[in-house]
Design a protein around this ligand. Sequence first.
Ligand code: NDP
Length: 289
Amino acid sequence: TSTGSITVLGLGPMGRAMVTAFRNRGIEVTVWNRSPDKAEAMAEFGATTAATVAEALDANEVAVLSLTDYAAMYDVLNQAANHLGRKVIVNLSSDSPERARAGAAWVRSHGAEFLSGGVMSAGDNLDHPASYLFYSGPREVFDAHAGLLRPLGPQEYLGVDDGLAQVFYQGLLTVFHPWLLAFDQATAMIAQSGHDIAQFLPYALRSNAAFPYFMEAIAARNRTGGHAELAGLRMMHAGARHIVDASAEVGVDAALSRTAEAFWHNAIDASARLGRPVSTYELMRTPGT
Ligand code: NDP
């Protein structure tokens, strides 16, 4: 079981936020970072600096990794692989589910326990009310250390598949990234049309209220294969053209909307070829339909 102390390996913006979160709850923290200046800067928050990865692993039973990706995990832990025995490695770095699963197997082959996690935070603001963490891996390992890890934020344990935290994490970012870019495009269109983004904002916020309705409807539809109606596909295709035109009229890059337009177009095409409506969901599941 966990004690009130932990090691943090990796001190980018997220790792630093984690150190602060642990220290604010009175947990002793030992830190290590590839570039030592970032580790030294954590002394201000009462963290202990380890000179080597081996020293950092030796200091505590549990080590949290906050690195760019899983490749960085091997770079870091290979510096002290013979210090992994009986440790608990909690990797909160982002990467693909398959890389998380392979990383889990690699860590366990060195005698340590492993949990994979994804930080669903509003930027590096762990204290934001919308921030929480996904975890996956052995339930008993999560249960044994959930208390120690709790200062990082509310926890969602998803299941035993080591890749699951990253499946959900990347799933949510799949939605978030186009949304961010779409908001850039929309606000560029407003501004280039000679209007004020501030006047637009309340309506953008208001449209948020409709998103849960669409998420629930689409989830229900896609769980059963994702049916489509031709009239709906045609309506969306025509709509996509208007979005592209509205951006293009004022010189705004409409590449994102052209991609959307292509999906509706391809769905209509596939529907004609197969003689039944083909949804964009089906197209994505079986590219080349
Ligand atoms: P980065 O993704 O830039 O991670 C930086 C850390 O990784 C630094 O400590 C860096 O060391 C280290 N690192 C990278 N490559 C190596 C390597 N080959 N060997 C050793 N150390 C390496 O910044 P963040 O802190 O922002 O993110 C950490 C993780 O958290 C990422 O997976 C990110 O996707 C995720 N995340 C981040 C959020 C955010 O808002 N920041 C939000 C949610 C998740 P050095 O200092 O020496 O360069």
